[in-house]
Design a protein. Structure first.
Length: 141
């Protein structure tokens, strides 16, 4: 296994593990969500059904995404097309999150620590995938 393959596996597992941690937030009581909201300087979290639904469903979505990343990382050669698709989607998600954060008035520290690093991760995995493909093509000829 080459260094690029190991790097892709490590990146996907780190991303997957952190995303999977969001499962805990699905079950946070309102008081915990509000404390996080206030800690970020965003004031009191509205105690409305849509807020609870969006926060919990997004956390569940992240947990699912993390599980998928962990699964794909178990055999990146077999799932090569899925690795590339994952990297493209992560890049696009990072761009969308940056736009959402900027237009939603999120604090700059939140915006710049969420979207741009996600874009970088996606682009790095795409670049590493190309290196892996080039290396495997060179060894098969």
């Amino acid at each position: 296994m080459c260094r690029s393959e190991i790097a892709v596996i490590v990146i996907m597992r780190i991303m997957g593990a952190f995303a999977l941690l969001a499962i805990f937030a699905v079950f946070f009581p309102y008081s915990w969500m509000n404390a996080c909201h206030e800690y970020m300087g965003l004031g009191t979290l509205p105690d409305e059904p849509i807020v609870s639904y969006l926060a919990r469903s997004l956390s569940a979505f992240y947990a699912v995404q993390g599980t998928i990343a962990l699964g794909i990382s178990s055999d990146i050669r077999r799932y090569r097309p899925l690795v590339a698709m994952w990297a493209v989607l992560v890049t696009l998600m990072g761009a969308m999150m940056t736009w959402i954060d900027l237009t939603s008035g999120m604090p700059p520290s939140w915006t710049w620590s969420e979207g741009p690093p996600t874009i970088v991760v996606g682009l790095v995995v795409l670049w590493l995938q190309r290196k892996i493909k080039a290396a495997s093509d060179a060894t098969t000829h």
